[in-house]
Design a protein around this ligand. Sequence first.
Ligand code: DC
Length: 213
Amino acid sequence: MIIAIDGPAGSGKGTVAKILANKLGYLYIDTGSMYRSLTYLVLRDNIDTNSEIDIYNAFKNNDIEITPDSKNLLNGEDISSKIRTEEININVAKVAGYPTVRELMREKQRDFASKYNIVMEGRDITTEVFPDADYKFYLDASIDERVRRRVKQNEEKGLESNYEEIYESIKNRDTSDMTREYGALKRTTEQIYIDSSNMTIDEVVEYMMEVIK
Ligand code: DC
């Protein structure tokens, strides 16, 4: 079984996918964290973000993994707490835009499905990684709502946050995720579209569970 979920930054797909996977006893895979791990490696090793071949080689020569309990490993080291920085937010779109990098990433992502039942979320999962997934969802929310959620998350973590800055950061990421030539986030008629702007997490999960049943 493959359940694929795509959607923009801050749409809640990570939270929803995790709960869904838990309920179903499936493996949860956050593909954004794989692109983030690679971006972490690129920045750590001062690899030129303009060089597709250098990034591709770094990816080939290092071991980027997700464990079944969602830890991000780089050559065995747990880097989960280091991949959600603003520096990575800014650079990840560029790294994720290279076709050779995306192809290698997709191979890794497809490997999971040969071993497990999965709930996988990202930007191109319903369209490119698993176009024949059993269920395909597009989880959306208005940009204002997504910014509000991010501000709330930051407050809960005790971090200061500036509404305008977060708005700009999410808007820029939307633009690069939706307009890049390879692996752009797209809506299709095959996806089940959910606008979660006025829904709670539980309502979204419940709706998805009904569809799956
Ligand atoms: O889901 P996220 O915001 O953590 O993802 C980080 C970035 O990774 C996102 O801005 C674009 C990229 N990404 C991608 O290109 N393809 C995916 N399947 C998942 C994420």
